[in-house]
Write a protein that binds this ligand. Structure first.
Ligand code: XMP
Length: 517
C-alpha cells in the first residue's frame, strides 16, 4: 500500500483542493469527516501524516468540532489549515479569539523564521501573497510553538513546532490564489512527513486491476458505455483486468453527436476488442418522446427508457453478476455539511439508477477514489486516445435537451448535429478545445427571415454556448473574440441547411445553467 495522508474535513468549501494538491505531489490521500475520525481510525487508515482542513465553525463556540485529542500524541506530522490551525492551537493550550474584522482575500505574508514548510519558496524577511478567509484568529500559541510568518490581520499566520512536526497556517495553501501553496503542501508531505511521493497512475492502475480481479473472481460484469470519459476509462480498465468476463452495452438513443456512435464502436469493439453490444434504440426513444417539449418530462422518459433498454440488452447477453459504473471521488466524499448542523451528506449518483437492485447485481466502481483529471490520466495510461480522454462532458439525454420548445424529430436532430459539428470543428482548429469546459449548439424554436443570394430564407436560429468551469457547478461564458464567432456563424449558415441565424449565449451559471433544459 502506498503512503497515505489523512485529511480531516471540518467542512471548508475547499477541502477537496487540499486532496488535489497532495495527490499532485504524488501522495495518496483521503478526506474523512471530522465526526468519523478517531485515533483508531487514523491508525487503521495507516496515515503517515494528518491535515486538518478549514471550516465554517468558530472554535470559540461551545460544541464546535475538534480533532481527536489523542491525535496530538500519536507522533504524526500534522498541518492545520485555517480552522484546523485554530483548533490545534486551542487543543494544545493556545488561545483563539473572535476576530473584530474578517480578513478575506489576498494578504501579504511575511516570513519571520526559517521553516521547512517554506523551503524553496521564501526565506526569512520575504513577503509572499496568500489567500486568507477567516473571522477568528489565534492570539496565543501553545507552548513549544514558534511564529514563523505574520500578516497584517494575523500575527500568527504560520506557526510551527518543528520538533513535534506540528504546523499551522491561517491562510489557505490549497487555493490557486496562494501561489506558493502547492509547494508548501508538497514540502509538508515530502520534507516534513517524509512521504516518498510514489503514488502514480501506473501504480494505481496495477492496484485497481488487482482489486477488480479479487472482487469479481470468475463473475460476469456488464458496463454501460456512453462514449464519455468516465465510462470509457472504466471499460478499458475492466477489460485489462478481466478480459472477456466484461460485456459493454452501448445504448444509442439517437441523441448522440455527429459520428459519436461509430467512434465508440470502432474504438472499443474494433481496437480494444471488447465484447460490445451496440443497440440502436433511436426509433424507440423518438417514439416515446413524440410531441413532447417539457424538459422534465423528456428527461424522465429518456432515463426510464434507457434503463429498460439497458436491462433488456443485459438479459439478452445472459445477465451479469456485477454492474460497472464510473462513479468519481467527488461523488463519494462524505463532506461535512453545516447547513442544519454537522450532519453527513453522502452524495451518490447512479448512472443507470435502480438497475443493480432490479437485476440483483453488485456494483464495481473502480474510479471511486479519483478526481476527474486523474481519470483522464488513468485513461491515457490505459492507452485511450487523447481526443477521447480530453472530451468535454456530454449529458446523458444528449441532443434531446438542446432542442428546446419544439418536438424532437430526426430532421431537427440532424440540423442540430451538423451545426454542433461545425462549431466544435472550429473550436478545435482554433486550439481552444482544452480551454473550454463544454461547448455546444442549441437549436432554437424560432424561424427568422434571411436573404441568401437573391432569395428569401425562413429558417431556424441557433445559439452557441461555451463555458469555462472547474466542476460544472458554476460556470462563466467563454469570451471568444467576435471574429471567431463570426467565422462559425458564417460556416453554419452556409453549410447547415435549415439554419439562417446564429447567436452567442453570454449567460453565466448561476443564474443560468449550462444546458438550456
Ligand atoms: P447544468 O445544465 O445543470 O449542467 O448546468 C451541469 C453539467 O451537467 C451536465 N448534465 C448532465 N449530465 N445527465 C448527465 O450525465 C444529465 O441529465 C445532465 N444534465 C446536465 C451538463 O452537460 C453540464 O456538464
Amino acid at each position: 500500500m502506498s503512503e497515505r495522508v489523512l485529511i480531516v474535513d471540518f467542512g471548508s468549501q475547499v477541502t477537496q483542493l487540499i486532496a488535489r494538491r497532495v495527490r499532485e505531489a504524488g501522495v495518496y490521500c483521503e478526506i474523512h469527516p471530522f465526526n468519523r475520525v478517531t485515533v483508531d481510525s487514523i491508525r487503521d487508515f495507516g496515515a503517515k501524516a494528518v491535515i486538518l482542513s478549514g471550516g465554517p465553525a468558530s472554535v470559540t463556540e461551545a460544541g464546535s468540532p475538534r480533532a481527536p485529542q489523542g491525535l496530538f500524541e500519536m507522533g504524526l506530522p500534522i498541518l492545520g489549515i485555517c480552522y484546523g490551525q485554530q483548533t490545534l492551537c486551542e487543543q494544545l493550550g493556545g488561545k483563539v479569539e473572535p476576530g473584530h474584522h474578517r480578513e478575506f482575500g489576498r494578504a501579504m505574508l511575511k516570513l519571520a523564521e526559517p521553516c521547512a514548510l517554506f523551503d524553496g519558496v521564501a526565506a526569512k524577511g520575504d513577503e509572499v501573497q496568500v489567500w486568507m478567509s477567516h473571522g477568528d484568529r489565534v492570539t496565543a500559541i501553545p507552548a513549544g510553538f514558534k511564529v514563523v510568518a505574520t500578516s497584517e490581520g494575523a500575527p500568527f499566520a504560520a506557526i510551527a513546532n518543528a520538533e513535534k512536526r506540528i504546523y499551522g497556517v491561517q491562510f489557505h495553501p490549497e487555493v490557486v490564489h496562494t501561489p506558493i501553496g502547492k509547494q508548501l503542501l508538497s514540502n509538508f508531505v515530502h520534507k516534513i512527513a517524509g512521504c516518498a511521493g510514489d503514488w502514480t497512475m501506473k501504480a494505481f492502475k496495477a492496484q485497481e486491476i488487482a482489486k477488480v480481479r479479487a472482487q469479481v473472481g470468475s463473475g460476469r460484469v456488464i458496463c454501460g458505455l456512453s462514449g464519455g470519459v468516465d465510462s470509457s476509462v472504466v471499460a478499458a480498465l475492466l477489460h485489462e483486468a478481466i478480459g472477456d468476463q466484461l460485456t459493454c452495452v452501448f445504448v444509442d438513443t439517437g441523441f448522440m453527436r455527429s459520428g459519436e456512435a461509430d467512434q465508440v464502436v470502432s474504438l472499443f469493439r474494433d481496437r480494444f476488442n471488447i465484447k460490445l453490444v451496440h443497440k440502436d434504440a433511436s426509433d424507440l426513444f423518438l417514439d416515446k418522446l413524440a410531441g413532447l417539449t417539457d424538459p422534465e418530462k423528456k428527461r424522465k422518459i429518456i432515463g426510464a427508457t434507457f434503463i429498460d433498454v439497458f436491462e433488456e440488452e443485459a438479459k439478452a447477453v445472459g445477465g451479469a453478476d456485477f454492474l460497472a459504473q464510473g462513479t468519481l471521488y467527488p461523488d463519494v466524499i462524505e463532506s461535512v455539511s453545516f447547513t442544519g448542523g454537522p450532519s453527513v451528506t453522502i452524495k451518490s449518483h447512479h448512472n443507470v439508477g435502480g438497475l443493480p437492485e432490479r437485476m440483483n447485481m453488485k456494483l464495481v466502481e473502480p474510479l471511486r477514489e479519483l478526481f476527474k483529471d486523474e481519470v483522464r490520466e488513468l485513461g491515457r495510461e490505459l492507452g485511450l486516445p487523447d481526443d477521447m480522454v480530453g472530451r468535454h462532458p456530454f449529458p446523458g439525454p444528449g441532443l434531446a435537451i438542446r432542442i428546446p420548445g419544439q418536438p424532437l424529430t430526426r430532421e431537427n436532430l440532424d440540423i442540430l448535429r451538423k451545426a454542433d459539428a461545425v462549431y466544435l470543428d472550429e473550436i478545435r482548429k482554433a486550439g481552444l478545445y482544452d480551454q473550454i469546459w463544454q461547448a455546444f449548439a442549441v437549436l432554437l424554436p424560432v424561424r427568422t427571415v434571411g436573404v441568401m443570394g437573391d432569395s428569401r430564407s425562413y429558417d431556424y436560429a441557433c445559439a452557441l454556448r461555451a463555458v469555462t468551469s472547474t466542476d460544472g457547478m458554476t460556470a462563466d461564458f467563454y469570451p471568444f473574440d467576435m471574429a471567431f464567432i463570426g467565422r462559425v456563424a458564417n460556416r453554419i449558415i452556409n453549410e447547415v441547411k435549415g439554419i439562417n441565424r446564429v447567436t452567442y449565449d453570454v449567460t453565466s451559471k448561476p443564474p443560468g445553467t449550462i444546458e438550456w433544459e
